[in-house]
Design a protein around this ligand. Structure first.
Ligand SMILES: Cc1ncc(C[n+]2csc(CCOP(=O)(O)OP(=O)(O)O)c2C)c(N)n1
Ligand code: SF4
Ligand SMILES: [Mg+2]
Length: 348
């Protein structure tokens, strides 16, 4: 009698029917143990779980080891490796041309806070819908480990050189300037970063995530404040995070207690279970105060530091068309000969 063979197990798929392999990219060429690799893994998992079509994503970056990393995830997405520090301007152009794309910028602390600081500050004040990740290791990894502008005062290089300049806190700056979702995490904190990325995908404004990402080759020694050991010993999480996407029923443990539930733009729920009684992420002044206070205490405050789901984003402010500009025919986007002639006439 013929026996029926058990069918091979089917790979798990998301709501689009895609497997996690559909969200992978090329093989990494970064150093083994580099924090940036762990961040790429979290990005793959978050986009897969949220069922974001890879073809709707544009990965933008500048220059650095961090900026190379978009090659190692979501190989089916669009991608643009811009000039050092210029990712914000190029992303602004891409989002204005196609307001329906999901823009993910990956930058480094050097790319953002040194050469790119001018572009960074103006991007933050526009509240452009995009996710901006800073893979923050306190050094220029790609050019062999010079201090960047996020290196802490007194931090030591492997060569013994001490940083005697105060750091720029990109989160404090982003909150002050107008970003509407600001968080800090650590590449080694799988659960927190994963949850934050999923919530970021439900936000319609600028999301700035500063992710401490140790450079194992140039900045992971005794005396470095961006090393695995230092962060593990000094990380101070603000809250426990939980996220329920809009396409899931809220059936998880949902007792109110000491927690805040924030409804995101797409109807998803971000739940912040407070570890402290007085922290409210929607209070801008308090958020900046707490970040500055963490410096004094020698701590790295992690979690969603600031959240504003009511501010208009850049596309609302400029009254962007519903249909992406890139898909409109030339007859609609180009002024007629008559309109141009009239304009010239007025200038005469
Ligand atoms: C206009 C310009 N100036 C300087 C450089 C040299 N350069 C390449 S990467 C880099 C710093 C990258 O540091 P960061 O953004 O922190 O990335 P990491 O490598 O640490 O991930 C510098 C200064 C360059 N490529 N282009
Ligand atoms: S040099 Fe540092 S930042 Fe660059 S890949 Fe190696 S560990 Fe990562
Ligand atoms: Mg760096």
């Amino acid at each position: 009698m013929a026996t029926t063979a058990t069918p091979p197990p089917q790979p798990k798929t998301n709501r689009l029917g895609l497997t996690v392999l559909d969200y992978r990219g090329g093989k990494t060429t970064l150093c083994a143990g580099c924090g940036h690799n762990a961040i790429s893994e979290r990005i793959i998992d978050a986009f897969y779980e949220m069922g974001v079509p890879p073809e709707r994503v544009v990965k933008m970056s500048g220059i650095g080891c961090s900026s190379k990393s978009p090659a190692y995830f979501m190989g089916r997405s669009h991608s643009f490796n811009a000039v050092h520090g210029r990712m914000p301007a190029v992303t602004t152009g891409a989002v204005l041309a196609n307001s329906k794309i999901v823009a993910l910028g990956v930058s480094g602390d050097g790319d953002t806070a040194s050469i790119g600081i001018g572009q960074f500050v103006h991007l933050m004040r526009r509240n452009l819908p995009m996710i901006y990740i800073i893979e923050d290791n306190g050094v220029y990894g790609l050019t062999k480990g010079q201090f960047s502008a996020t290196a802490d005062l007194g931090s030591k290089l492997k060569t013994g050189v001490i940083n005697d300049l105060p750091p720029i806190d990109t989160c404090a700056l982003a909150i002050m300037l107008g970003a509407t979702f600001v968080g800090r995490s650590f590449s080694g904190d799988k659960r927190q970063l994963h949850t934050m990325l999923k919530a970021a995908l439900s936000h319609r404004g600028t999301v700035l995530l500063d992710v401490i990402s140790p450079c194992v080759t140039f900045n992971d020694h005794e005396g470095s404040t961006k090393s695995y050991k230092f962060i593990k010993d000094h990380e101070e999480p603000l809250h426990d995070l939980n996220f329920v996407p809009h396409f899931h029923e809220i059936d998880i443990d949902y007792d109110e207690g000491d927690s805040i539930n924030v409804t995101m733009h797409d109807g998803s729920t971000l739940r912040l279970r407070k570890l402290e009684h007085d922290y409210d992420p929607t209070n801008k002044k308090e958020a900046i105060k707490r970040v500055l206070h963490s410096h004094e205490a020698g701590e790295v405050l992690t979690g969603v530091l600031y959240l504003n789901t009511t501010a208009p984003n850049f596309l609302d402010m400029i009254n962007m068309t519903d249909r992406p500009l890139a898909t409109l025919p030339e007859s609609v986007t180009r002024p007629s000969r008559q309109a141009l002639e009239q304009c010239m006439e007025e200038l005469r």
